[in-house]
Design a binder for this molecule. Structure first.
Ligand code: SF4
Length: 188
């Protein structure tokens, strides 16, 4: 049908489309009608959990060409039912930010500059320090001579971004190592 046909006059279209007040489809421009959400281009959707706080809102991560293009709330999540707070809604920027640090950086004591470290080397350095502090703070007995077999040289303070599984493993590791000072920000 020609666009200049009387059948395409606005009032005719409104009546024909069941939109007598022109507030529905007839108020929509052609450009708006052709718009597609950016998630429509995604190759796949992966379910995830927001990493920012202990609420643990469910997320849908949209991936295109193996790159995250958008993160939105997951309606199936019993915790958040599709909602994300402004911080969680912006977590795509956490993934794709051009300022995101993706290498291990180390600043030696008294040094002014950071240096890049191989992740394996960094893990070895952390493990060496952990073991040394554990050894140096080890106590077989307390002041009254009672056996305690603990270390006061290491402690754990978790943040709210840690999830249940991470907290479980941290608790296991530190308790097995003899640490008794374990706390989490979520309890403060
Ligand atoms: S979306 Fe907001 S409230 Fe939900 S887990 Fe992320 S930071 Fe916390």
């Amino acid at each position: 049908m020609s666009r200049i046909s009387p059948l395409n006059w606005p009032v005719i279209r409104q009546l024909r489309d069941g939109d007598p007040f022109g507030r529905d489809r007839n108020a929509q421009s052609r450009k708006s009608a052709e718009l597609q959400p950016r998630v429509a281009e995604a190759d796949r959707v992966v379910k995830s959990v927001c990493p920012y706080c202990a609420v643990g809102c469910g997320q849908l991560v949209y991936v295109k060409d193996e790159k995250v293009i958008q993160i939105e709330g997951d309606p199936d999540s019993p915790i958040s039912r599709g909602r994300l707070c402004p911080k969680g809604s912006a977590s795509e920027q956490l993934v794709n930010s051009s300022t995101r640090v993706t290498e291990v950086l180390y600043r030696a004591p008294k040094a002014k500059e950071w240096q890049k470290l191989d992740p394996e080397q960094a893990m070895d350095m952390i493990a060496d320090r952990f073991l040394e502090a554990r050894r140096n703070g080890w106590q077989d007995t307390d002041a009254q001579g009672r056996p305690v077999n603990r270390t006061m040289g290491i402690a754990g303070l978790g943040g709210a971004t840690l999830d249940n599984e991470e907290n479980y493993l941290i608790k296991k590791l530190f308790t097995a190592a003899g640490a008794i000072q374990l706390e989490n920000q979520a309890r403060i």
